[in-house]
Design a protein around this ligand. Structure first.
Ligand code: ATP
Ligand code: MG
Length: 432
């Protein structure tokens, strides 16, 4: 029989590495809570139309990376439907915002999510087909201040604080403004004109983009096209006064709180919904896949999905890439975790002691101790061998110990063996 393996581009996360994942996730929850964000969990699959409309038909994600299938009707009352595993989570959050009429609260909605996303990309370091994102969105009616440049700056400052708290140093915040729905068409027209005479010299992907979605050419990762891209017009020269003032206010607020950044006039992002501020945090330790996270403002997305006017700003971090950075980058405060040793290995000496051992383990665990429970079929020697691999101490529970209520405990590090009354065991182990 051929052995089944995890599908290409997916992988298993095992302990102790999962402890690192847990640490990153709990740091995000803790930091975001300070900014008054609450958690949202949306379904892992959605109607394909959500992404076609929300992310954009011409994007790489929608045109070639989605896992889409036709879900057959199971009953007369149902219709078959095209479904897609979510390739990103912003569209789902905005759908939920509209569906639950969250705008009617009149308040800014601040929502974060943690979960897997799916894209059929070429797997490589830092790029998988199932990957994890931690993201957040601040979205609401304009009366709630959702368009304010202060929101952009606050989200960026939150990200800087999160990375600092995680112990990731050496990141760079790169940002740009891609203008509003009103000034973007002028720029796209200028880009089209500039691309027309040179596009034949570009990679096939960019030749196609030059026709269908010229902004995407700037997002190209093909080094061969860099020289041409450097000659193209800059979006900064096409922003209207309002967009310019908005961007200047974002930068001023960042300056005021001391968050360092670089403006990159070529930064556009791979999703169609962005307006005004777009940004990435990059990290040199990641190699070709150097973006730790990306995000931006999406003032028209809700309306594109048939909802009310609800400007917003958000980001998505690649959790896989945060982990890679923590594991490899110098300057990270801690590397990959080791297996943590249990407080004690509890060895029942004989099968008749299995049930009493489970009872004792329950008692110790209720005191918060980490206990590995052996088995009465193990020889004493085997119990010591396993215990030494997994725990700081071994507790022996034989007939005598069970009858007298005095346990024998040996500490592996010191070699010291002591007799401890059952009532004092938990406290003694805690202090040791
Ligand atoms: P990239 O330029 O690296 O392809 P992207 O522009 O497609 O990223 P977004 O769609 O904005 O990225 O997603 C936000 C973040 O999610 C990225 O910055 C990255 O950290 C992470 N990410 C995106 N695609 C993948 C993937 N296939 N595997 C792992 N992480 C990913
Ligand atoms: Mg991508």
């Amino acid at each position: 029989m051929t052995l089944l393996k995890a599908v290409r581009g997916t992988r298993d996360l095992l302990p102790p590495e999962t402890e690192l994942w847990d640490r990153v996730e709990s740091t995000a929850r803790r930091v975001f809570a300070r900014y008054n964000f609450g958690e949202i969990r949306t379904p892992v699959f959605e109607d394909t139309q959500l992404f076609a409309r929300g992310v954009g038909e011409e994007t790489d994600i929608v045109s070639k990376e989605m896992y889409t299938w036709e879900d057959r009707a199971r009953a007369q009352s149902e219709k078959s439907q095209s479904l897609t595993l979510r390739p990103e989570n912003t569209a789902g959050v905005v759908r939920a915002y509209i569906e639950h009429k969250l705008g009617e609260t009149g308040l800014l909605q601040k929502l974060y999510y943690i979960g897997p996303q799916f894209r059929r990309e070429r797997p490589q370091k830092g790029r998988y087909r199932q990957f994890w994102q931690i993201g957040a969105e601040a979205i609401g009616p304009p009366s709630a201040g959702s368009e304010s440049p202060l929101r952009d700056a606050e989200v960026l400052e939150m990200l800087a604080s999160f990375l600092d708290e995680l112990g990731i140093t050496g990141w760079t915040l790169v940002l740009n403004s891609v203008g509003s729905a009103s000034d973007r068409p002028k720029y796209v027209a200028a880009l089209r004109d500039a691309l027309a005479p040179v596009k034949d010299q570009m990679s096939p992907d960019n030749q196609r983009r030059a026709e269908t979605n010229p902004l995407r050419v700037l997002d190209s990762k093909d080094p061969a096209d860099e020289a041409i891209i450097a000659t193209l017009p800059k979006i900064a020269d096409y922003l209207d006064d309002e967009s310019k003032a908005h961007f200047a206010a974002v930068l001023a607020a960042l300056d005021a709180c001391g968050v360092k950044y670089e403006v990159n006039p070529r930064l556009v992002r791979g999703l169609d919904y962005y307006t005004r501020t777009t940004f990435e945090f990059t990290h040199g330790g990641l190699g070709a896949q150097n973006a730790l996270l990306g995000g931006g403002r999406y003032d028209g997305l809700s309306e594109m999905l048939g909802g009310p006017k609800a400007p917003g700003i958000g980001f998505a971090m690649g959790l896989d890439r945060l982990i890679l950075t923590l594991k490899t980058a110098e300057g990270a405060s801690s590397g990959a975790p080791q297996f943590a040793l249990a407080d004690a290995f509890l060895a029942p000496l004989g099968e008749a002691l299995n049930a009493p051992a489970l009872e004792l383990a329950r008692e110790l665990r209720r005191h918060g101790l980490r206990i590995e429970l052996g088995d009465g079929t193990f020889r004493l020697r085997k119990s010591f061998e396993i215990g030494n691999k997994l725990a700081h101490n071994i507790i022996l529970l034989g007939e005598d110990e069970q009858a007298s209520g005095i346990l024998t405990v040996k500490n592996f590090a010191t070699g010291e063996q002591t007799k401890i009354p059952r009532g004092e065991l938990a406290q003694t182990l805690k202090n040791s």
